[in-house]
Design a protein around this ligand. Structure first.
Ligand code: 4AD
Ligand code: MG
Length: 440
């Protein structure tokens, strides 16, 4: 590792996250200048190193006039190595302060575009490659990372096999209106909208599988809930019915929320998230049918068109009524995907479920029981005007040892937006892709 040496007797390297282990000692920190206040004799540079931000203090007398002058004229985001003594100080943000005894500038950065003041969202998104250095964005993206850890841990510790679905596919899984088409050596191909169909092959092979990767939808409207590229985790379970799928989705959400709250508390505090709302996420989640939800929505003054899917206003209003996720099941067959199993008690309804997050967040999970009957599935593929020849492999799963099965998909960004309590999902992914944004 190349370490910028200030002197032969350089003190040990430390990180800001673990600075509390070094109180009273001299350490070396490497990072970037986050902010700086100074008067004629004393300066308070804030240093960030990716693990946190620490306030430093530098005295002109101790550093010498020349070095003090260099330090106090550094631009925001200048890269530097500092050596100093760690002091516990209740008045310092974070509780510790570093008294700088010497430093080495790697680069004096001038004109950093994101000043510590308010900028509009378009400007910030244009500078996303730099914006990710800010305290708030770091908190959100660390919570995203913790969410991924929680999700993987949930499935890995319960015998699910990671079974990656392909990204190039000839199949439309979630309807043909949001397909991204590309040319694949002279043939058309699509970027996957969902890994589900391949998970069904996985579940018939391993019993329980999951995939977790990027999925793509050509969403033609720019809403706060839609990206064109988003990450989805999709478990699939053999020998399961709709109730089993709802039990698993509920258990999964309770566990991953608790994990993220436990490990990410300080990031949630940075975001000023009301953590008590997340601590409320315990079993059981209310389970209501689509028809019950429609009646409730009519009473709340936001009626749903008969047999129509919910729009954002319905989900927002309905979930404001609940302090935990609500599971809405048995949607109209006409508005759901071809693979959903019809309710034997009422073929106008499918055995599907959406899990809607509280506080107005709305749908974070979609899933349910899959059509496991070969003839019905062939009929549904035709009704949805999908080309059966590309689904022959999928139909094989019904020809050879079909069983009741199901699963669900959770959009990572929607989950993270809810956890963070932020209005728009575009801040929950390092580089968001929407209808009007392909850069940076
Ligand atoms: O409800 P959806 O369309 O369900 C499926 O794709 C199923 N095949 C999943 C399965 O059963 N294996 O999408 C699942 C979830 C949604 O609940 C939402 O969280 C997320 O994916 N999602 C999006 N997230 C961000 N931007 C978009 N454009 C999204 N579309 C769906
Ligand atoms: Mg859905």
């Amino acid at each position: 590792m190349t370490l910028q040496r200030i002197a032969a007797d350089q003190p040990p390297l430390a990180t800001i996250a673990s600075i509390g282990d070094h109180v009273g000692q001299e350490v070396t920190l490497r990072g970037w200048l986050y902010n700086l206040r100074s008067s004629g004799k004393i300066a308070f540079p804030q240093l960030r190193d990716g693990t946190g931000i620490i306030q430093c203090v530098a005295f002109k007398k101790a550093l010498g006039a020349e070095a003090f002058d260099v330090l106090t004229h550094l631009g925001q985001e200048s890269s530097l190595v500092v050596v100093g003594e760690v002091r516990a100080d209740d008045r310092a943000p974070g509780g510790y302060e570093l008294k700088i005894s010497r430093f080495h500038v790697i680069q004096d950065a001038k004109g950093y575009p994101i000043a510590p003041k308010e900028h509009g969202p378009a400007f910030l998104h244009d500078h996303r490659h730099l914006w990710v250095r800010s305290r708030r964005q770091q908190a959100i993206l660390r919570l995203r990372h913790l969410s991924v850890q929680a999700i993987r841990h949930y499935f890995d510790s319960r015998g699910y096999v990671l079974f990656d679905s392909p990204i190039f596919t000839p199949n439309a899984c979630e309807g043909t209106s949001t397909l991204f088409e590309t040319e694949y050596f002279g043939r058309p191909a699509y970027l996957t909208q969902s890994g589900q169909l391949y998970q069904e092959a996985g579940a018939m092979a391993f019993g329980r599988t999951y995939c977790f990767g990027p999925t793509f939808r050509a969403e033609k409207s720019g809403t706060r809930r839609h990206l064109t590229e988003f990450w989805m985790v999709e478990p699939e379970i053999a020998f399961a019915d709709l109730d089993d799928i709802m039990d698993i989705a509920e258990d999964f959400l309770v566990e991953i929320v608790a994990f993220v709250v436990d490990k990410g508390r300080r990031h949630l505090e940075t975001l000023e998230r009301d953590v008590s709302r997340l601590e409320n996420i315990v079993k059981p989640f209310p389970r209501i049918t689509y028809d019950e939800a429609c009646a409730q929505l009519a009473g709340l003054g936001v009626p749903v068109e008969p047999e129509d899917d919910f729009g954002s206003p319905h989900e927002t209003r309905l979930t404001q009524e609940y302090d935990r996720p609500v599971m809405v099941h048995r949607y109209p067959t006409a508005v759901k995907a071809f693979y959903m199993k019809e309710d034997p008690a009422n073929p106008a309804r499918v055995l599907g479920v959406d899990v809607l997050a509280p506080e107005g967040y709305g749908e974070i999970i979609g899933g349910g029981a899959r059509e496991d009957d070969l003839d019905v599935l062939i009929r549904k593929i035709a009704e949805h005007r999908l080309p059966q020849e590309y689904f022959e492999w999928f139909l094989d799963l019904r020809r050879y040892g079909t069983v009741p099965h199901g699963g669900f998909g959770m959009g990572l960004e929607r989950f993270v937006a809810w956890i963070c309590g932020i209005p728009h999902i575009r801040e929950t992914i390092p580089f968001p892709r929407t209808i009007d944004r392909l850069t940076p």
